[in-house]
Design a protein. Structure first.
Length: 214
C-alpha cells in the first residue's frame, strides 16, 4: 500500500545527496568513509528510515528556532561559515545572551543519548569548529529528547587546541584525497559506525586488496 510508496519517495531523495567537499558534520566521522564518499565509491542505498530521521531533526530545528525568534534572542539562523580552503558548514543559529554571542546547535536525540549526562563527542567537535570559524567564544548544544520532548543544554567554551587537532585531521585527510591514498581503518573505530556505514563493502574490499599487496 502507501508504505512502500513513501519509502520509495525517501529512497529517491537519498540518491540525490552527493558529497563534493568536507563539512563540519564530518567531524568525528570515519575518515575512510569520508574518503570513499568523496571518491564516489559505490555505497549501500540510504535507508528511507534514516531520511525520515533527518527530516524529523529538521522539523525540531525549525520549531526551536521559532521559539528563540519569539524570545528576541536570534541574531542569525542557518549561518554559513566564512569561506576557507578546507571545510564547509552552516550553524543552526547565532544568538545573543546578555549581549554575548553564542553559537547554538539543536540536536534531536533519543532517550539513551539524552540521559547520558554529557554531550555527544561528535556534536562537541562540530560546535567547536563553528566557534572557531565564527570567532565566537561560547556555544550551546541544545538537546531535545525525541521521545519525550524534554530539553537539556550544554554550554561549551571555545577550545583552541582542540580545534587545532580537528583541523590537522581535515588537512591530513585532504592530502590523502588529493593523492588518492585510502586512509587506514581507525584503530578506535566504534562497531556501530561500521554497522551503519554505507561503504562497508568498499572498505572490506580495499582492506583485502591491501593485505594481498603486503
Ligand atoms: S566500514 Fe567502518 S572502517 Fe570502513 S569506512 Fe565504514 S566506518 Fe570506516
Amino acid at each position: 500500500m502507501i508504505k512502500e510508496l513513501i519509502n520509495e519517495f525517501y529512497s529517491a531523495k537519498g540518491k540525490n545527496r552527493e558529497k563534493t567537499a568536507f563539512y563540519v558534520s564530518d567531524a568525528g566521522r570515519c575518515p575512510r568513509a569520508i574518503w570513499f564518499s568523496l571518491k564516489k565509491y559505490p555505497k549501500k542505498p540510504t535507508d528511507p528510515r534514516f531520511m525520515r530521521v533527518f527530516e524529523h531533526g529538521n522539523h525540531t530545528h525549525m520549531r526551536i528556532m521559532s521559539v528563540l525568534f519569539s524570545l528576541g534572542l536570534v541574531n542569525a539562523v542557518e549561518v554559513t561559515i566564512p569561506e576557507n580552503e578546507i571545510i564547509h558548514g552552516r550553524a543552526d543559529a547565532v544568538i545573543s545572551i546578555h549581549g554575548e554571542p553564542h553559537v547554538v546547535e539543536v540536536k534531536s536525540v533519543n532517550s539513551i543519548k539524552f540521559k547520558k549526562g554529557e554531550p555527544d563527542a561528535d556534536h562537541i567537535k562540530q560546535l567547536q569548529l563553528y566557534l572557531h570559524f565564527f570567532k565566537i567564544k561560547k556555544g550551546i548544544l541544545l538537546y531535545e529528547n525525541k521521545d519525550t520532548q524534554e530539553l537539556k543544554e550544554y554550554v561549551i567554551d571555545y577550545n583552541e587546541n582542540f580545534v587545532k587537532n580537528l583541523l590537522v585531521f581535515f588537512n591530513g585527510l585532504k592530502e590523502k584525497v588529493d593523492k588518492g591514498i585510502i586512509p587506514e581503518i581507525p584503530k578506535d573505530i566504534e562497531d556501530w559506525r561500521c554497522e551503519y556505514c554505507p561503504y562497508i563493502e568498499s572498505c572490506e574490499k580495499a582492506q583485502e586488496e591491501n593485505k594481498n599487496i603486503e
